[in-house]
Ligand binder design. Structure first.
Ligand SMILES: [Zn+2]
Length: 259
């Protein structure tokens, strides 16, 4: 399991200044958040884990669950995993110098294949600024709730065609977010969310979300504030792999603590 504990890739979803007022009991929240999810059965992942790593049929790499290079399942078929329909298209821009195995962006592509596109920086599309938003914190960022309000010319996005996320470590995230092709996009930040991510970087606050978490929380806010519907688990299966991997790491930590 040691390879699961080395990740440094998080999505900066909240402004840093909101972190200062953070309460000390915040670390109680993450596991509870994962427990109430409406998820497809993890039995298929348990079986795959027992079989261990297999060779990817496309690239020959040794993989568990899915191949992050080929973006395909390994040892499972598409019917074995849930498919999530998203209310808006999502682009994920990832940094080329990072190991793909550390990224949770691939979860989104596998679980919502018709709505998610992954680009490798600097190869990114030209975006129409009035129809696309970038989920990234900063002084110019607005909440998801305010994103669709057409009264304010600053935050007018109508119709929203696409939402862009950056999947990268901290040092590289700023380089991508300041790319001139992304500069004109309305920036959106998520409300205070705590990460469930098990790969905390030392010294990083627990509001730095994994990319799959950031996508999930954005969609929850979008569902409630933009579609104006009560959220009842529609996108929970985006965390299908994530919640399972989280439970494995927790079990490993628990058993390690007993020794
Ligand atoms: Zn492969």
């Amino acid at each position: 399991m040691s390879s699961l504990d080395q990740d440094q890739r998080h999505h900066p979803s909240c402004r840093e200044k909101t972190l200062a007022s953070d309460s000390s009991d915040s670390r109680e929240l993450p596991s509870q958040q994962l427990q109430g999810l409406k998820l497809a059965s993890h039995a298929v992942l348990e079986e795959a884990q027992q079989r261990g790593r297999l060779k990817c049929s496309k690239c020959g790499g040794s993989r568990m669950f899915f191949c992050y290079t080929c973006c395909s399942l390994v040892g499972m078929s598409l019917q074995d995993v849930p498919t999530v329909k998203l209310p808006v298209k999502i682009d994920i821009i990832k940094h080329p110098n990072e190991t793909d195995g550390k990224s949770t962006a691939i979860h989104a592509k596998i679980l919502a294949p018709s709505d998610v596109t992954i680009y490798t920086y600097p190869c990114i599309p030209e975006y129409e600024k009035d129809k696309v938003v970038l989920v990234f914190p900063g002084p110019r960022a607005v909440s998801v709730q305010d994103m669709m309000k057409s009264k304010s010319s600053v935050s007018k996005v109508d119709p929203l065609q696409r939402v862009v996320f950056i999947d990268s470590t901290w040092n590289q995230t700023n380089k991508i977010s300041t790319d001139e092709r992304l500069q004109d996009l309305l920036q959106v930040e998520l409300k205070m969310r705590k990460t469930c991510f098990w790969r905390h970087q030392k010294g990083k606050p627990d509001t730095y979300l994994a990319t799959i978490e950031a996508i999930y929380y954005f969609l929850m806010d979008f569902h409630e504030h933009c579609l104006d519907e009560e959220y009842s688990g529609e996108y929970d299966n985006l965390l299908f792999f994530y919640s399972y991997l989280h439970s494995i790491v927790n079990k490993a930590k628990t058993s390690a603590g007993k020794c």
